[in-house]
Each structure stands twice: as structure tokens, then as C-alpha cells.
Design a protein around this ligand. Structure first.
Ligand code: TYD
Ligand code: MG
Length: 472
């Protein structure tokens, strides 16, 4: 007879307390702690499916070498997805796929299911959110209605595990989503931290015993709220997040944790009318339709994990009609922009106090790398002076508060990507520049922001003169 316990769990962060309290010590949230009674978990976690209790299951012992059929990984054949998983889904592993509702998680997984089923593996898709008919409609829209994917709309994990244990063990199981799953042994509503954790535990146990790769879908909101899926992050083998901006159609699959592959790796997709299309060359996508002759645009040679990514920074510096000039930014950090403006004013003598400043990262991408400072600064200076930057130049470099340009990592990979996309010159920090001179790219090294300003001024003297004449 299982022992009954009662505990109090924070519904925001999952911290567990023995008694109720108004404020969670772990996350600081008020009124987030609720009582949850649960059957005490078995040693080792999870519960044993009915019918197996008390019986010792005899398992087969295997050698180290196996037939190719038992390959530990199942590559889906969708290259952008396999890159993020580290070469395919590992047998017996559990992946948590997080993302905002509507971003395309179900679409991505249906496409992955069809690809794996196409290789002759048994694939099961369990939907807890949509009826079978709705999932079929999506599959039809994706042109995958004939794929040999087994489908069910179920939410009870005990039933799901019992069903999956019938017949040949599936190689890939999708649980869409973990927030809708519930276990009989847990007396909390579906979606609560206790249920999410308990249901995940049972499914993880099933993955380990059956050898199926299980993908748990978890919805998260913009600020990582609804911490439901977060509490299982430490239990699963890999965590990936599917991100994107609703207004744009590209989507990024990002590996956040991976016991069997690299992290920080991204896969880039484009949401089309017929599902997600792979974007093998994202830099080309983000630079598409670029107007390189206008002042105020600079190309940043960035890195996303091991993959270089070129994006365009656009700036508009316009005389303000307000007492306090506006500083608006999309796709970059507002504080970083304020800092950059202060540095340019203090150390490069730029006067921006009477101007509104707008900064935008083209394509709706969000850049967090500090090495984008130089590109943002170049775009600002270019817009202010009216001098267009050389169309074939990329900018890299972090700007310190002293105005100095700080070295960045992986310069070589950045330059290689720039060369591949037809760029012929790069502005980058003088510090740490040793041995970067290969890649058919002319390097222009700068020590601080004044070098950046001087470079832009020297490159287009006539335009600048014309501009100052206009103003004068
Ligand atoms: P979905 O996969 O249901 O998102 P999630 O599972 O993350 O909640 O995708 C929902 C959005 O994707 C929806 O707004 C419609 C859009 N979509 C397309 O643009 N093209 C398609 O082929 C499909 C299937 C969906
Ligand atoms: Mg969905």
C-alpha cells in the first residue's frame, strides 16, 4: 500500500514545501504555493504500470556491438532538426520541446514523425490538445496524410504507456503536450506542477525501458511563465526550444541542454503554407532584400552556437520634435542601445541629444551577442552622417564603456561565412586579431569607436560634405 503524502508546491517554479506559505522562497512569487497530495513515488521515481507490480521482469542482456538496425540514433533526415538533436533522436531518450503556443511545435513534430515513419520505424503521436480529426487535418495540409504515423487523442499516462507497450515497441513517441497529461496516482489537476512532473516521470521511465525516443511538448509563454515544463527540464535528456516572431515566418529550433549532442546549436526553418521548410543558409535569408546603398544599415557577422549568422542592423537617426528624444529598438537590447549612444557621445564626439534614434534587426531576429555593438554603432553613425557603408563590409566587435573595441570569439568562422556570402571586407577589433588574415577578406582593425567613426567618414567624404552643407 502506497503511503499518502501531502506537500505544497510552488506553481510557478516547482519548489516544494512541507507547509503552506504566502511567498515562495525560491522564486519570490506571492500566492503561488498550493497544496498537492500525491502517492509517494516509488524508489527510483515513477510508478510501475498495473499488472507488472510485484513481478520481476526478465530482461535481455546484450553485447556492446549491435546490428545496425539497433542504431542508437534515428536521424529524421530533416537536416536542421538533426543538427539540433546532435545527429538524430537517441533511443530511450526524452526531449522536451518548449515554445510559445502557435509557434509551430505540433507542425514540426508531425513532419518529424512522417520522416521517421518513412524510414520504416513505428511512430506514435499522442495528442492531448487536439482531436484526432484536427491532427489529421494538419497532416493533410502538410501533405503527409499517407504517412504511417499512429495517432491517438489521449491524456491519461497509464493508458498511454499500456497502449505503447502493446506490439512492437515504437521508436518515436510524441506527447503533445505534457501540460495536458495526467496520472491516476496523483490527485492534482492536469497542468499543475505535480501532475506535469509525475506524468513526465512515468513517460521517461517508459522511454528508458522500451527504448523509444520520446518527445514531450511543453508550452511556455514569452517570459518563460507557466513554469510547468520547466520543472521537468532537469529530468529529461535534452531540452530544445522553438522560437520565432509571430510577425515573421522564420522559426529557430535551439538546443538548450543535450546529454547526447552539442548545445547552442540552432536549426532554422521557415513557416510556409505547407508546413516548415528548412533554411540551410540562414544568412542569405536574413540578408535577402537588403538595400545596401542607403545610409543606416550595417551587416553584423554573428554566431549562433557553432553556426555563423549574418544579419543586418538598421538605424534611423532623425531630428526630434520632442523634449526627450525617443530611443526605440527591435531585436536588440534597449539598455545596450542607451549605453552605445552614451559611449559614442562621450568618446567619439557624436551629438545625438537632439535626435530620435531607432534601431532594428532585420528579419525579426533577436540578437543577444555583445559583439554586435560595432555593427549597431556603424549603422547609427551611418544614419547620422548620411554616409552609406560599403555594401560588402561586415562589422564585428564589442564596445566597452571606455570606447575601446573588445575582441570577440570565433572570428575565423564569422569571416568565413562573410566571405562565402560575397563580403570583401570586415571591420573588427584590433585586439586579438592574430592570424585571421585568410578568407579573402580585407581586414580593417579598429582600437576604439573613434576608429569606427573615422573609417566611416573616410569612406564617403563627398556624401558627408554634402550632408553637412545641407545642414549648414
Ligand atoms: P502549430 O504547430 O499548431 O503550433 P503549436 O503546436 O506550437 O501550438 O502551428 C500553428 C501555426 O502554424 C498556426 O498559426 C498556423 C501555422 N501553420 C502554417 O502557417 N502552415 C502550416 O502548414 C501549418 C500546419 C500551420
Ligand atoms: Mg500544438
Amino acid at each position: 500500500m502506497a503511503k499518502r503524502t501531502s506537500s505544497f508546491a510552488c506553481q510557478a517554479c516547482g519548489a516544494v514545501y512541507t507547509r503552506w506559505q504566502g511567498r515562495c522562497d525560491a522564486c519570490g512569487g506571492w500566492s503561488t504555493i498550493a497544496e498537492e497530495s500525491a502517492t509517494a513515488p516509488l524508489p527510483g521515481g515513477g510508478s510501475v504500470p498495473r499488472g507488472q507490480r510485484g513481478k520481476g521482469r526478465i530482461f535481455a542482456l546484450e553485447g556492446l556491438s549491435g546490428s545496425p538496425e539497433d542504431a542508437p540514433r534515428i536521424a529524421s533526415g530533416i537536416a536542421e532538426l538533426d543538427r539540433v538533436t546532435g545527429g538524430g533522436f537517441v533511443r530511450g531518450s526524452v526531449i522536451l520541446l518548449g515554445g510559445e503556443p502557435g509557434i509551430g511545435k505540433s507542425t514540426l513534430l508531425m513532419q518529424a514523425c512522417a520522416a521517421v515513419a518513412g524510414l520504416g520505424h513505428r511512430v506514435v503521436y499522442i495528442s492531448g490538445e487536439e482531436a484526432v480529426g484536427q491532427v489529421r487535418l494538419r497532416a493533410e495540409r502538410l501533405g503527409l496524410a499517407s504517412a504511417a504515423v499512429e495517432l491517438a487523442a489521449e491524456t491519461n499516462v497509464e493508458d498511454i504507456v499500456a497502449t505503447l507497450s502493446q506490439g512492437a515497441p515504437p521508436r518515436l513517441v510524441i506527447i503533445d503536450s505534457i501540460q495536458t497529461m495526467w496520472s491516476e496516482g496523483i490527485e492534482s489537476a492536469p497542468g499543475t506542477v505535480t501532475q506535469v512532473r509525475g506524468a513526465a516521470q512515468i513517460l521517461i521511465r517508459h522511454a528508458k525501458t522500451s527504448g523509444a525516443a520520446v518527445i514531450l511538448v511543453g508550452h511556455v509563454t514569452k517570459d518563460g511563465q507557466i513554469a510547468g515544463p520547466r520543472v521537468v527540464e532537469h529530468m529529461v535528456d535534452a531540452v530544445a526550444s522553438f522560437e520565432g516572431d509571430g510577425a515573421h515566418h522564420f522559426r529557430i529550433l535551439r538546443a538548450m541542454k543535450n546529454r547526447f549532442g552539442p548545445t547552442d546549436e540552432i536549426g532554422v526553418f521557415e513557416m510556409t503554407g505547407a508546413g516548415l521548410a528548412e533554411v540551410p543558409n540562414p544568412s542569405a535569408l536574413f540578408l535577402a532584400g537588403r538595400d545596401s546603398t542607403s545610409p543606416g544599415t550595417a551587416v553584423f557577422a554573428g554566431m549562433e552556437g557553432t553556426r555563423p549568422l549574418l544579419v543586418e542592423f538598421q538605424a534611423l537617426v532623425a531630428p526630434t520634435s520632442l523634449g526627450t528624444p525617443r530611443r526605440a529598438v527591435v531585436g536588440w537590447d534597449q539598455n545596450r542601445l542607451s549605453m552605445l549612444i552614451a559611449v559614442l557621445e562621450t568618446h567619439a564626439g557624436l551629438k545625438l541629444g537632439a535626435y530620435d534614434v531607432f534601431l532594428n534587426v532585420a528579419g525579426g531576429l533577436r540578437i543577444v551577442e555583445p559583439s554586435a555593438d560595432a555593427a549597431a554603432a556603424a549603422a547609427l553613425i551611418s544614419s547620422l552622417t548620411g554616409a552609406a557603408l560599403p555594401a560588402d563590409r561586415v562589422y564585428i566587435g564589442e564596445v566597452a564603456l571606455t570606447g575601446a573595441l573588445r575582441p570577440v570569439s570565433q572570428t575565423s568562422a564569422r569571416l568565413k561565412e562573410a566571405a562565402k556570402l560575397g563580403f570583401h571586407s570586415a571591420f573588427l577589433p584590433k585586439a586579438g586579431l592574430d592570424g585571421q588574415g585568410r578568407h579573402d577578406i580585407t581586414l580593417e582593425a579598429g582600437g576604439d569607436v573613434t576608429d569606427l567613426v573615422a573609417g566611416i567618414a573616410i569612406n564617403t567624404p563627398q556624401k558627408r560634405k554634402a550632408q553637412s552643407a545641407d545642414q549648414g
